[in-house]
Design a protein around this ligand. Structure first.
Ligand SMILES: O=C(O)CCCOc1c(F)cc(-c2c(C(=O)NCc3ccc(C(=O)O)cc3)noc2-c2cc(Cl)c(O)cc2O)cc1F
Length: 398
């Protein structure tokens, strides 16, 4: 019996190496993949970095376990992708980046947390890992295009790829959040805004981020279409109606900016293309409301809307009504990219248990709602967990 088991395991290892899943049968990898990721709330992130002498040792001891757990959990799902996708050069490259980064972090598994030189080296290693993974989104998108061009993608495969990419990019957002917090708090970079805790602004002025993202989207729109809609922004503090102060909350400004910039680009594109002859375009309306639980940002446009039958497609990777992006004669970039903007924006909104919802009226225009958790204690990371339910999603022939 023992010999049979040895031969079987050996055969599985050979098969795994051939299918580039060799890391799958590494007992250390399996151990880390067996742990569930530990979600942190914005409140917890602030505790990590809030005290005057934020504790680098505590952060290191958390990350040297949590980062390989999160990497291993999503690597288990990468390993479950269809072989013809895994064999695409770009996907194989992304998989190799994850395997290398997983192994590099494991070298700190038994390091001495009181060794300051080691702590410095760990932070530098995190920067190198973050840089290695900079182009993961584009590279995965290229891998899907390679599969579409070489094998075609049926609806069943598309559904699995959509399921995987939502989880894969959410995992990536969370891993980069952990790395950014540690490197900003303890790295050698110049101290950023001293009010911020890492990339978190404890008093994020929502109106400022709305204005900033609008101006930048308008600049691109003007460049490409030589026209852009104006905007009217209203704020409403439902908890303290007479309060004239800005609506502020604990949030990651760069995440909110990413969401708003994408929505403004889409709204502007729809309005300009729906009113091709009008120099006077209907303005965009933005409402910022602070309630008892939520901060809600509503963006309304009169861009003609999109049929209900098509609106879900906007959240599909690689869907876009725009032809593949081309630069105009003056080299200005189109507002439309490869269609990843909206699905990624929804992931950023959902990352701290918020959401992004579209409500379109065909023939008139579209309302986009960004829901954010007001209380940092409720703004918990939403993390994909590798388990039998997830695994089944990659096997069912629906
Ligand atoms: O490619 C990228 O990266 C950006 C990807 C995204 O590119 C789009 C884009 F910016 C704007 C629209 C669009 C249209 C449209 O285009 N309506 C015309 C049509 C009518 C019928 C059909 C149809 O039958 O299929 C499709 C479109 N109407 O409302 C919106 C609209 C969409 C969003 Cl997400 C938003 O926040 C605000 C909006 O006003 C669609 C996009 F897809």
């Amino acid at each position: 019996m023992k010999l049979t088991r040895i031969l079987f395991t050996y055969a599985r290892r050979i098969a795994a190496v051939k299918s580039k899943k060799f890391v799958e049968f590494d007992p250390v990898f399996e151990r880390y993949a067996s742990f569930n990721p530990s979600p942190l709330s914005l409140e917890k992130f602030m505790e990590f970095g809030g005290s005057q002498n934020a504790c680098e040792r505590t952060s290191f001891e958390f990350l040297r376990k949590e980062l390989p757990v999160r990497l291993a959990n999503i690597m288990k799902e990468i390993n479950l992708l269809p072989d013809n996708l895994l064999q695409m050069p770009s996907v194989a490259m992304v998989q190799s980046w994850y395997q290398l980064s997983f192994k590099e972090i494991l070298t700190y598994e038994n390091a001495d947390p009181d060794d300051n030189e080691m702590l410095e080296n760990f932070t530098e290693r995190l920067v190198k890992i973050r840089n290695r993974h900079t182009n993961v989104v584009e590279t995965m998108a290229q891998g899907v295009i390679e599969l579409k061009d070489s094998h075609g993608i049926d609806s069943n495969t598309e559904t699995r790829i959509q399921y995987f990419l939502d989880r894969f990019y959410m995992s990536r957002i969370s891993i980069r959040m952990l790395i950014n917090q540690h490197t900003l708090l303890f790295g050698s970079q110049l101290a950023q805004n001293n009010r911020h805790i890492g990339c978190i602004d404890p008093n994020c002025a929502v109106l400022d981020v709305v204005k900033d993202s609008y101006e930048n989207a308008k600049f691109l729109c003007d460049q490409y279409y030589l026209n852009a809609p104006e905007v009217e922004i209203k704020t409403h503090n439902a908890t303290v109606p007479d309060q004239k102060e800005d609506i502020r909350m604990v949030y990651v400004p760069s995440h909110l900016y990413h969401i708003l910039f994408e929505l403004f680009k889409n709204a502007m594109r729809a309005v300009v293309e729906y009113h091709p002859e009008d120099m006077e375009l209907p303005k965009l309306n933005v409402g910022i409301t602070k309630g008892d639980e939520d901060v809600t940002i509503k963006m309304s446009d009169q861009g003609g809307g999109i049929p209900r039958s098509k609106s879900d497609l906007l959240f599909h990777y690689m869907y876009s009504t725009a032809p593949q992006p081309m630069r105009s004669e003056n080299g200005s970039a189109p507002l439309a990219g490869y269609g990843y903007g909206l699905p990624l924006s929804r992931l950023y909104a959902r990352y701290f248990h918020g959401d992004l919802i579209l409500s379109s009226v065909e023939g008139f225009g579209t309302d986009a709602f960004i829901y954010l958790k007001l209380f940092p204690s409720e703004a918990n990371e939403l993390l994909p967990v590798y388990n039998t339910t997830a695994s089944r999603m990659y096997h069912t022939d629906t």
